[in-house]
Design a protein around this ligand. Structure first.
Ligand SMILES: Cc1ncc(COP(=O)(O)O)c(C=O)c1O
Length: 503
């Protein structure tokens, strides 16, 4: 389909805002297959002209569709359909809802943005690709032998109780250990009764959305943010409204205007997702002032704040701020954490610290989702923490990541000079790097040129819903690469950028 042929008919007499009608019609076209993944949609200026509406109507509709995973924008290739919308059921299922029949899950297949085949990290291959993938800890340095000991101990102690169904909230010994860790490292004094073990942070977030958010509600996400969150929240059929982020974190003063700009009511905001200790992907740390403003807004609107502390143990700044949930100031704050970055992702253990009134409903959904997180793994992890092996591992990783981070920053400044801008250095396992010296090169061309030299880098613009970076920007993970390979990899990346700019 050529981009100028987009068939949209707006009803100016309808009470449904024009922008919402446009969203609905584009979503409908994707659902029926009239628009397919990869199809371009017209530039906003062109479509606004065609429909005789202001350009803002179109840009806001596109923004909402991007936030819900329906459209995607890339510098150089415009706005395209990314996959089937996940925010609403197809019409046949919607009719079924009237009969209160349980709905089958929406299909996910290779064509849907919810799932794609897993691509193994090439850094594990012997050919020695320089992979600056973010989100992967130094798995080669994980103390597998010590972990095996914890597993063996958990299995040898297992009795009939440990082998049966167990408490949905998780094993008491692990919950005690998690409570103690959070008290020490995040000043979060949460009693064990409010701490629930989940299968990764992802499950905790999914359960919260199912629990708190209905079809006409609004979820606020940070812009930029991780695409997986837009998928989790988009699946709820709520409107997902992106709100900008600056060096102080979420722009709380923009929540009301943004929600209204999408034709929605701020009173319908049920959930506000934030990453205050290391904003994903910018790495900004939310200021005290902004934290207070956020909690005030949430309290006044009865919204729940979801604090995703995905990098919780790795902070390199002198001063560490407590978690938001440590002092919620009468707002409902759910703290979500994970062992995916501190230990390893395939462990699939995360946790949520909940306000007391949410504990039972949360466990109700956990029970129907997967009953409980595997007990023997929980017991092994409790032993690993209580024996001191966890603290030793974190200490070692903290030193290792500091060295790798310092080497990465030195190498970037050495090769890209004053033109490079780096954010997010104070915490976490990645930095956001803008190549200010290469304004004419687009991210995709740099990715290709780098791949030709065996270097993998990851463009950042897909994480931005509105205002994607105007200069090539990458998320560079450093945790899994030894310092010598970081040095070589950055030199090769610089050569790749020269290849592109010389063309
Ligand atoms: C920002 C953010 N939150 C949450 C998660 C989910 O972590 P888990 O593996 O515990 O489900 C990730 C995973 O990469 C992440 O990047």
């Amino acid at each position: 389909m050529s981009s100028s042929q987009l068939l949209v008919a707006l009803d100016r007499d309808s009470s449904v805002p024009l922008q919402q009608q446009l969203c609905d019609q584009i979503s409908g076209s994707v659902r029926t297959g009239r628009l397919r993944p990869g199809d371009p949609v017209p530039p906003s200026r062109e479509l606004a002209h065609q429909l005789r509406v202001s350009r803002t109507v179109v840009t806001r509709a596109y923004e909402l569709l991007r936030a819900n995973g329906v459209l995607t924008s890339r510098r150089g290739s415009g706005t395209r359909v990314s996959g089937a919308p996940t925010d609403m059921p197809p019409p046949a299922r919607r009719a079924a809802r009237a009969h209160l029949w349980p709905e089958p899950p929406l299909p996910t297949d290779a064509g849907s943005p919810l799932w794609k085949p897993w691509e193994p990290a090439p850094m594990h291959r012997p050919d020695g690709t320089y992979d600056f993938r973010h989100g992967t800890p130094a798995l080669a340095s994980f103390p597998v032998t010590r972990w095996r000991q914890s597993l063996t101990e958990a299995v040898s102690r297992a009795d009939a109780v440990a082998l049966g169904y167990g408490p949905a909230e998780g094993s008491p010994s692990l919950r005690t250990q998690i409570s103690a860790l959070l008290r020490r490292s995040r000043a979060l004094d949460a009693p064990r009764e409010h701490t629930v073990v989940t299968s990764g942070a992802t499950q905790a977030m999914d359960i919260l959305v199912r629990l708190l958010v209905g079809p006409d509600d609004v979820v606020i996400i940070e812009d930029p943010s991780h695409t997986v969150l837009r998928q989790i929240f988009g699946y709820s059929r709520a409107a997902v409204v992106p709100v900008g982020v600056d060096e102080e974190g979420l722009r709380v003063d923009e929540i009301d205007p943004q929600v209204r700009a999408h034709g929605l009511d701020p009173a319908r905001v049920r959930l506000i997702y934030v990453t205050p200790s290391h904003q994903f992907p910018t790495g900004f740390i939310m200021s005290e002032r902004r934290r207070r403003a956020l909690l005030r807004w949430a309290r006044a609107h009865g919204a729940t704040v979801l604090e995703d502390d995905y990098h919780n143990e790795f902070t390199f700044a002198e001063e560490r701020l407590a978690s938001l949930a440590a002092d919620p100031q009468d707002a409902d704050v759910v703290y979500v954490g994970s062992f995916s970055k501190t230990l390893f992702p395939s462990l699939r253990i995360g946790y949520a610290v909940l306000p007391p009134h949410l504990v039972r409903p949360f466990l109700g959904v956990k029970w129907i989702t997967d009953r409980l997180t595997p007990t023997l793994t929980q017991e092994a992890l409790a032993e690993f923490i209580s024996s001191g092996a966890y603290a030793r591992h974190i200490g070692r990783m903290d030193r290792l990541y500091r060295q790798r981070r310092a080497r990465l920053l030195e190498a970037l400044y050495e090769h890209f000079g004053a033109g490079v801008r780096i954010s997010g250095t104070a915490a976490g396992l990645h930095v956001l790097v803008t190549l200010g010296g290469a304004p004419d090169a687009d991210e995709a061309a740099i990715v290709r040129a780098a791949a030709a030299r065996d270097v993998r880098v990851y463009p950042a613009s897909g994480y931005f819903v509105s205002r994607p970076p105007t200069e090539p920007t990458f998320l560079i993970g450093y945790a899994a690469l030894p310092t010598a390979r970081i040095t070589e990899g950055v030199a090769l990346l610089a050569a790749a950028v020269r290849d592109v700019t010389a063309r």
